[in-house]
Design a protein around this ligand. Structure first.
Ligand code: ADP
Ligand code: MG
Length: 244
Protein backbone atom coordinates (compact mmCIF):
# COMPACT_ATOMS: atom_id res chain seq x y z
CA UNK A 1 0.00 0.00 0.00
CA UNK A 2 1.33 3.43 -0.82
CA UNK A 3 1.72 5.85 2.02
CA UNK A 4 -0.53 8.92 1.87
CA UNK A 5 1.42 12.10 1.29
CA UNK A 6 -1.00 13.96 3.56
CA UNK A 7 -3.64 12.54 5.86
CA UNK A 8 -5.97 14.64 7.99
CA UNK A 9 -8.33 12.74 10.26
CA UNK A 10 -11.12 14.59 12.11
CA UNK A 11 -9.01 17.69 12.56
CA UNK A 12 -10.41 20.48 14.74
CA UNK A 13 -8.81 23.82 15.37
CA UNK A 14 -9.79 26.84 17.41
CA UNK A 15 -8.52 30.40 17.50
CA UNK A 16 -9.47 31.19 21.10
CA UNK A 17 -13.23 30.53 21.34
CA UNK A 18 -13.69 30.48 17.59
CA UNK A 19 -13.68 27.04 15.96
CA UNK A 20 -12.03 27.60 12.60
CA UNK A 21 -11.78 23.93 11.50
CA UNK A 22 -14.49 21.35 12.21
CA UNK A 23 -13.74 17.68 11.67
CA UNK A 24 -11.56 18.04 8.58
CA UNK A 25 -10.82 14.77 6.76
CA UNK A 26 -8.49 14.90 3.78
CA UNK A 27 -6.33 12.29 2.07
CA UNK A 28 -3.73 13.21 -0.50
CA UNK A 29 -1.96 10.32 -2.19
CA UNK A 30 1.33 10.63 -4.06
CA UNK A 31 0.58 12.25 -7.42
CA UNK A 32 -2.81 13.62 -6.32
CA UNK A 33 -3.80 17.14 -7.24
CA UNK A 34 -6.30 18.56 -4.80
CA UNK A 35 -7.93 21.96 -5.34
CA UNK A 36 -9.61 23.63 -2.34
CA UNK A 37 -12.12 26.41 -2.88
CA UNK A 38 -14.72 28.16 -0.77
CA UNK A 39 -15.75 31.58 0.49
CA UNK A 40 -13.33 33.94 2.19
CA UNK A 41 -12.97 33.03 5.86
CA UNK A 42 -14.04 29.41 5.39
CA UNK A 43 -10.72 28.04 6.73
CA UNK A 44 -8.83 27.19 3.52
CA UNK A 45 -5.60 28.91 4.53
CA UNK A 46 -5.83 27.41 8.00
CA UNK A 47 -6.02 23.91 6.50
CA UNK A 48 -2.83 24.37 4.49
CA UNK A 49 -1.12 26.16 7.36
CA UNK A 50 -1.96 23.22 9.65
CA UNK A 51 -0.57 20.78 7.07
CA UNK A 52 2.86 22.36 7.29
CA UNK A 53 2.53 23.28 10.94
CA UNK A 54 2.53 27.03 10.56
CA UNK A 55 -0.48 26.54 12.82
CA UNK A 56 -1.03 23.78 15.37
CA UNK A 57 -4.36 21.92 15.41
CA UNK A 58 -5.92 20.88 18.72
CA UNK A 59 -7.85 17.70 17.89
CA UNK A 60 -7.54 14.92 15.37
CA UNK A 61 -4.51 13.63 13.51
CA UNK A 62 -2.40 15.06 10.71
CA UNK A 63 0.18 12.80 9.09
CA UNK A 64 2.77 13.89 6.54
CA UNK A 65 4.37 11.00 4.71
CA UNK A 66 3.01 8.77 7.47
CA UNK A 67 4.59 10.81 10.28
CA UNK A 68 2.13 12.05 12.92
CA UNK A 69 2.39 15.81 13.34
CA UNK A 70 2.70 16.32 17.07
CA UNK A 71 5.09 19.27 17.06
CA UNK A 72 8.11 17.08 17.81
CA UNK A 73 11.45 17.71 16.12
CA UNK A 74 11.13 14.51 14.09
CA UNK A 75 7.68 15.52 12.88
CA UNK A 76 8.87 19.00 11.90
CA UNK A 77 11.76 17.42 10.03
CA UNK A 78 9.28 15.33 8.03
CA UNK A 79 7.48 18.52 7.02
CA UNK A 80 10.70 20.26 6.06
CA UNK A 81 11.77 17.40 3.86
CA UNK A 82 8.38 16.68 2.29
CA UNK A 83 6.37 19.89 1.99
CA UNK A 84 6.91 23.12 0.06
CA UNK A 85 4.62 26.11 0.31
CA UNK A 86 3.84 29.07 -1.92
CA UNK A 87 1.82 31.94 -0.46
CA UNK A 88 -0.37 34.65 -1.93
CA UNK A 89 2.27 37.18 -0.91
CA UNK A 90 5.52 35.94 -2.33
CA UNK A 91 7.52 36.28 0.91
CA UNK A 92 10.87 36.70 -0.85
CA UNK A 93 13.74 38.37 1.01
CA UNK A 94 13.74 41.86 -0.53
CA UNK A 95 17.39 42.63 0.30
CA UNK A 96 18.68 39.47 -1.43
CA UNK A 97 19.01 38.70 -5.13
CA UNK A 98 16.83 36.04 -6.69
CA UNK A 99 19.80 33.64 -6.62
CA UNK A 100 20.50 34.33 -2.94
CA UNK A 101 16.82 33.73 -2.15
CA UNK A 102 17.06 30.35 -3.89
CA UNK A 103 20.34 29.05 -2.45
CA UNK A 104 19.56 29.98 1.16
CA UNK A 105 17.34 26.99 2.01
CA UNK A 106 19.47 24.29 0.33
CA UNK A 107 22.66 25.67 1.94
CA UNK A 108 21.25 26.25 5.45
CA UNK A 109 18.75 23.41 5.79
CA UNK A 110 20.33 20.83 3.52
CA UNK A 111 24.02 21.63 3.99
CA UNK A 112 24.62 21.94 0.25
CA UNK A 113 27.70 23.73 -1.04
CA UNK A 114 27.09 27.12 -2.65
CA UNK A 115 28.15 25.72 -6.01
CA UNK A 116 25.70 22.81 -5.88
CA UNK A 117 22.93 25.06 -4.58
CA UNK A 118 23.52 27.53 -7.45
CA UNK A 119 23.37 24.74 -10.03
CA UNK A 120 20.09 23.57 -8.53
CA UNK A 121 18.74 27.14 -8.37
CA UNK A 122 19.45 27.68 -12.08
CA UNK A 123 17.74 24.40 -12.90
CA UNK A 124 14.53 25.55 -11.21
CA UNK A 125 14.75 29.13 -12.51
CA UNK A 126 14.84 27.60 -15.99
CA UNK A 127 11.86 25.45 -15.04
CA UNK A 128 9.85 28.59 -14.20
CA UNK A 129 11.34 30.28 -17.26
CA UNK A 130 13.19 33.21 -15.69
CA UNK A 131 16.87 32.17 -15.58
CA UNK A 132 17.85 35.63 -16.85
CA UNK A 133 16.52 37.24 -13.64
CA UNK A 134 18.90 35.44 -11.27
CA UNK A 135 20.93 38.47 -10.22
CA UNK A 136 18.06 40.91 -9.80
CA UNK A 137 16.34 41.88 -6.57
CA UNK A 138 12.69 40.87 -6.13
CA UNK A 139 11.59 44.53 -6.38
CA UNK A 140 12.99 44.69 -9.92
CA UNK A 141 10.64 41.92 -11.05
CA UNK A 142 6.94 41.90 -11.93
CA UNK A 143 4.52 40.21 -9.55
CA UNK A 144 4.22 37.21 -11.84
CA UNK A 145 8.00 36.85 -11.99
CA UNK A 146 8.28 37.19 -8.21
CA UNK A 147 5.71 34.44 -7.71
CA UNK A 148 7.62 32.22 -10.12
CA UNK A 149 10.77 32.87 -8.07
CA UNK A 150 8.82 31.84 -4.98
CA UNK A 151 7.81 28.61 -6.72
CA UNK A 152 11.41 27.97 -7.80
CA UNK A 153 12.57 28.61 -4.25
CA UNK A 154 10.21 25.93 -2.96
CA UNK A 155 11.28 23.51 -5.70
CA UNK A 156 14.94 24.01 -4.70
CA UNK A 157 14.13 22.07 -1.53
CA UNK A 158 12.82 19.24 -3.75
CA UNK A 159 9.63 18.67 -1.75
CA UNK A 160 7.34 15.71 -2.36
CA UNK A 161 4.22 17.85 -1.94
CA UNK A 162 3.58 21.47 -2.86
CA UNK A 163 1.00 23.62 -1.09
CA UNK A 164 -0.24 26.72 -2.92
CA UNK A 165 -2.41 29.21 -1.02
CA UNK A 166 -4.13 31.49 -3.56
CA UNK A 167 -0.89 31.84 -5.55
CA UNK A 168 -2.40 34.26 -8.08
CA UNK A 169 -4.69 36.37 -5.86
CA UNK A 170 -2.18 39.17 -5.43
CA UNK A 171 -1.35 39.38 -9.14
CA UNK A 172 -2.55 41.73 -11.85
CA UNK A 173 -4.85 39.83 -14.22
CA UNK A 174 -2.36 39.72 -17.07
CA UNK A 175 0.17 37.88 -14.89
CA UNK A 176 -2.10 35.15 -13.61
CA UNK A 177 -1.66 32.74 -16.51
CA UNK A 178 2.16 32.81 -16.47
CA UNK A 179 2.03 31.54 -12.88
CA UNK A 180 -0.80 29.06 -13.42
CA UNK A 181 1.00 27.65 -16.49
CA UNK A 182 4.02 26.83 -14.32
CA UNK A 183 1.79 25.06 -11.77
CA UNK A 184 0.01 23.14 -14.55
CA UNK A 185 3.40 21.96 -15.84
CA UNK A 186 4.39 20.79 -12.37
CA UNK A 187 1.10 18.90 -12.15
CA UNK A 188 1.74 17.28 -15.52
CA UNK A 189 5.16 16.18 -14.33
CA UNK A 190 3.44 14.35 -11.47
CA UNK A 191 3.99 16.72 -8.53
CA UNK A 192 1.64 16.05 -5.63
CA UNK A 193 -0.14 19.31 -4.82
CA UNK A 194 -2.80 21.01 -2.76
CA UNK A 195 -3.92 24.29 -4.32
CA UNK A 196 -6.25 26.84 -2.75
CA UNK A 197 -7.61 28.88 -5.63
CA UNK A 198 -10.69 30.42 -7.19
CA UNK A 199 -9.29 29.97 -10.68
CA UNK A 200 -11.84 27.41 -11.78
CA UNK A 201 -10.51 27.00 -15.32
CA UNK A 202 -7.22 25.97 -13.78
CA UNK A 203 -9.01 23.69 -11.32
CA UNK A 204 -10.82 21.87 -14.12
CA UNK A 205 -7.51 21.36 -15.88
CA UNK A 206 -5.38 20.01 -13.02
CA UNK A 207 -7.57 18.78 -10.17
CA UNK A 208 -8.35 15.15 -9.63
CA UNK A 209 -10.11 16.03 -6.38
CA UNK A 210 -12.12 19.19 -5.71
CA UNK A 211 -12.77 20.20 -2.11
CA UNK A 212 -15.35 22.85 -1.17
CA UNK A 213 -15.10 24.42 2.28
CA UNK A 214 -17.58 26.63 4.08
CA UNK A 215 -17.56 27.80 7.71
CA UNK A 216 -14.69 25.55 8.76
CA UNK A 217 -16.09 22.37 7.23
CA UNK A 218 -15.47 20.36 4.12
CA UNK A 219 -18.95 20.52 2.61
CA UNK A 220 -18.31 18.58 -0.58
CA UNK A 221 -15.56 16.71 -2.40
CA UNK A 222 -15.62 15.18 -5.85
CA UNK A 223 -14.03 14.86 -9.23
CA UNK A 224 -14.02 18.11 -11.22
CA UNK A 225 -16.68 16.66 -13.56
CA UNK A 226 -19.09 15.91 -10.73
CA UNK A 227 -18.18 19.00 -8.75
CA UNK A 228 -18.75 21.50 -11.56
CA UNK A 229 -21.52 19.75 -13.47
CA UNK A 230 -23.55 18.28 -10.63
CA UNK A 231 -22.66 19.85 -7.27
CA UNK A 232 -24.65 18.09 -4.54
CA UNK A 233 -24.75 20.67 -1.77
CA UNK A 234 -26.79 23.85 -2.01
CA UNK A 235 -23.88 25.74 -0.50
CA UNK A 236 -21.59 24.51 -3.29
CA UNK A 237 -24.18 25.41 -5.91
CA UNK A 238 -24.53 28.93 -4.51
CA UNK A 239 -20.76 29.39 -4.39
CA UNK A 240 -20.21 28.18 -7.95
CA UNK A 241 -23.02 30.39 -9.22
CA UNK A 242 -21.24 33.38 -7.71
CA UNK A 243 -17.80 32.75 -9.13
CA UNK A 244 -18.39 31.05 -12.49
P1 ADP B 1 -9.75 31.46 4.16
O1 ADP B 1 -8.34 31.15 3.80
O2 ADP B 1 -10.73 30.44 3.70
O3 ADP B 1 -10.17 32.84 3.76
P2 ADP B 1 -8.74 31.44 6.87
O4 ADP B 1 -8.28 30.06 7.12
O5 ADP B 1 -7.71 32.47 6.57
O6 ADP B 1 -9.88 31.43 5.75
O7 ADP B 1 -9.54 31.97 8.12
C1 ADP B 1 -10.67 31.29 8.64
C2 ADP B 1 -11.22 32.06 9.81
O8 ADP B 1 -10.28 32.09 10.87
C3 ADP B 1 -11.53 33.51 9.49
O9 ADP B 1 -12.72 33.84 10.18
C4 ADP B 1 -10.37 34.27 10.06
O10 ADP B 1 -10.74 35.55 10.46
C5 ADP B 1 -9.98 33.41 11.25
N1 ADP B 1 -8.54 33.48 11.54
C6 ADP B 1 -7.55 33.18 10.67
N2 ADP B 1 -6.34 33.30 11.25
C7 ADP B 1 -6.59 33.69 12.53
C8 ADP B 1 -5.75 33.99 13.67
N3 ADP B 1 -4.42 33.89 13.59
N4 ADP B 1 -6.36 34.36 14.81
C9 ADP B 1 -7.70 34.44 14.90
N5 ADP B 1 -8.55 34.17 13.87
C10 ADP B 1 -8.00 33.80 12.71
MG1 MG C 1 -6.95 32.25 2.72
Amino acid sequence: MTQDAIEMIDVDKWFGDFQVLKGINLNVKPGDRVVICGPSGSGKSTVVRCINRLEAHQKGVIKIGGVVQDGSAAALEAIRSEVGMVFQQFNLFPHLSVMENLVLGPMKARGMTRKDAEVRAMKYLERVRIPEQALKRPSQLSGGQQQRVAIARSLCMEPKVMLFDEPTSALDPEMISEVLDVIVELAEEGMTMVVVTHEMGFARKVADQMVFMDKGEIVETGTPEDFFNAPKSERTQAFLKQIL
